[in-house]
Design a protein around this ligand. Sequence first.
Ligand code: DGJ
Length: 737
Amino acid sequence: MTIQIDDTLFHLQTDHVSYVFHVMANGELGQLYYGPKIHAKTAYANLAAEDERGSMPALAVDQPAFQLEMLKQEFAGLGTGDYRYPAYQIENADGSRISEFRYDHYDLVDGKTRLAQLPSTFDDDADDAQTLTIFLKDAGNGVAATLHYTVFPHQDVIVKSVTYTNQGSQAVTLNDAYSSELDLPDAKYDLIQFSGAWTRERHLIRTPLRAGIQSVSSLRHASSHQQNPFFMLARPDTTDDAGEVIGFNLIYSGNFMDQVEVDHYETSRVLTGINPTEFAWQLDPGETFQTPEAILSFSANGMNQLSQQLSAFYQRHLVNPAFAHQPRPVLINNWEATYFDFDEDKLRTIVDQAQQLGIEMFVLDDGWFGHRNNDRSSLGDWVVNKAKFPNGLAHFVDQVHAKQMKFGLWLEPEMISEDSQLYAQHPDWLIAAPGRLKTPSRNQHVLDMSRQDVVDYLVKMVSDVIQTTKLDYIKWDMNRNITDLYGAQLPKSRQLEMGHRYILGVYQLYERLTKAFPNVLFESCAGGGGHYDLGMMYYAPQAWVSDDTDAVERLKIQFGTSYGYSQSMMGAHVSAVPNDQTGRQTPFKTRGDVAFFGDLGYELDVTKLTEADKRQITAQVARYKHYRPLLQFGTFYRIDSPFEGDGNVTSWAVVSADQQTAIAGWYQVLHHPNGPYQRLKFRGLLPEQQYVVNQSSEHFYGDELMRAGIILHPDMMTDVSNGDYQSQLFVVTAVQE
Ligand code: DGJ
C-alpha cells in the first residue's frame, strides 16, 4: 500500500518519502508533513497541533486557536484569514473572490490515467503507481475542486494536479489555478534555479531563501531560454552527493510560475503552476478546467540521487514508451555547415561523407521549403523549394535512405512569414491585436494555435510532408515568442485564456501527429533550448539543448540541464571551429568528449575536414555507438561543477545499471602552468569490485576509485603543448576474476 487512509487522514508513501495531510476542523485540507518516510499512524496530534497567536483571524469565536495563518495548508484560498499567496482564486458571479473548499469524499485506484488535453505522467499497466483523488466542494458557488495525487513509490515521485468543475448555475472565473502547493514548516533552504539566456541556458543559481516572495517564472508563452520550470529547494549543506533536497517541475510548456513565499513565521509556501499573470479562465456551468501536472520528488542523499530518480521516472512514466529506451541515432545536421546556402548536390556530398564516417541520420535544417533563402520568408509553406531540390524532396530522401541512413527534417509549424502563400490566403491566422502593430521577431509571426482550423491545417500539411518523404525524424523549431496576444475568436471575457489555449493547440498538434506517425522521432528545439520542459518531452523524447555548440559553454549548459533532465533528452553536437557563437577554438577531441554525454550529432561541413579530423570522427562515432546505451541511458553523476570555485574543471560520469562499466568525462577550461595536482573521484561503483581504467594494467577497487580517485595524467597538467580546453574520457570496466 502506498497510500494509507484513516478516515480523514491521508498518508502517501513512496519507498523513502512520506506526504501526510488531513481534513481540518473547518472541513478544508491541512498539510502535516512532507519529507523522509515516517511510520503511518491513525493520527498525528503533534503535527496537527494548533497554535493560537494574538489578533489573528480565527474560525469562530469559540474556536480562537483555529487560525488559518498558523496552519500548513494543502489547498489554500485567500480571504478567510490566511494572508499568504493562495493556491487558487475564483471570482464568483457577484464579483467576490472568497472560496471555501470543504472535503467531500475520496477515491483510490491503482495506476495513473493520462490527461485528455495535456501531456501527463502515466502508468498504463496500473502496476507502478497509485492515485488518490480528493473531492472538495464550495457550497457557496457550486464549484467542485478535485485534487489528484499519484504516488510513484519506486522513483520517490508524487504527481499533483487539480480539476475545477462548475456544478453551480452561474459562471465563475478562475484567476489563479496552481497545480501544487507545498507548505514547508521552515525556510532553511537554498533555492536552486536554472536561468540564463539564449545560447547560455540553464545556468545554476543558488541563493538562500529570505523573507518574502522569490520566484522563477515565464511570461513568454514558452518555458523559455531565460528560466526553466525545474527548481530545487536544498538544505544549505546539501551537495550533489549528500543532504536533503526537494525537486519541483511542471509538465507544461507555457507561462509558468514557481514561487516560494517565506512568511513571518519562517515557513515556506511553494506554489507551482500556470503563471497567474496573463491568465484567467471562465468556467460556465458544467465546464471543467484541468491544471497541468506538477512533479514533486525528494532525496535525502543529495542532488545526484534526485536527478537519477527523476530520470528513471521520466523514462518509465513520461517519455513516449516507443522511444524511452530506444538508442538515438548519431546525426549530421546541415545548419552550421551551410545555413540557408545549399542545394541538393551540396547536401548529397555531405550525406556521402557522413555515411562513410559512420553517421546514421541526416537532418535537413531550415531553408528547404517555399522560396526561403534567408529568415524573411516562406514559414507556413511546407512545400519543397524546387530551386534547391529540382527532383523533389522525396527523391532526395530516397537517396539518403539508399545509403542506409535515416532522414530528419526541420519544421517550424507554429510560425508564419508575411512573405508566404499561407499569409496571402489567411492573413487572419496570425496572432495580432486589432488595430495594433504586428510586432515582428526574426521577421516572423506566430500562428493562432487556439484556432481549430489552424491546428487542422497544420496536421494535414505536416502529415503530407511525412507521408511523401517517409522521413524518420522531425526537428520542431520555434524561433520567437508571442507578442500582441489576442484571440480573434474569443469573446472579451475569455481573452486571458488565450495563452493557455495556444499551448493546448500545440499539444493537440503534437498529439495527433505522434499518434498518426508512431515511428517518427520528434526533437523539440525552440531556438535551441527555448522549450526545454517536460510538456515537450512527453511528445518529443529529446530536445536541442542550446544553439550554443561551443564545447566550453556546453559544459555549463549540459551540467545545469542534467539536474532536472536525463542525458537522452539532450541533443549535443560537435561543430566547427572557430565556433560560430563564441569564436573559440577547442580541440576536436574536447568537442566530442562533451557531446558524448547526450544524443551525439555533428553540425559542420564534413566535406571540408582534414583527413586527421575525419579519422577522429570515425573513431568518435564508433566509440560512441559501442557505449551508446550507457552514454544515453546510464546513471548520470555530476562530479566537479563548473558553477563552483573558478569553474575551471568540470567532470561527470555515467554508470551502467549493473555497475560493471562507467565512463567519466573530465574537462579543463584553461591550462594553468605548473598547476596543482588534480584527482578524479568516481561515483556509483561497487566498493568491493575491482576495475581497470582505460585498460590499465593496475586493478583498482571501486572504493579506491571513489574515495582516493585517480591522479590525472601529469602531461595534461604540465605539458604546454596541450594548451587550453583539454578533456579526458575514462572508461572504467569491472575485472572478471
Ligand atoms: C534555431 C535552431 O536552434 C537551429 O539549430 C536552427 O535550426 C535554426 N533555428 C534554423 O532557423
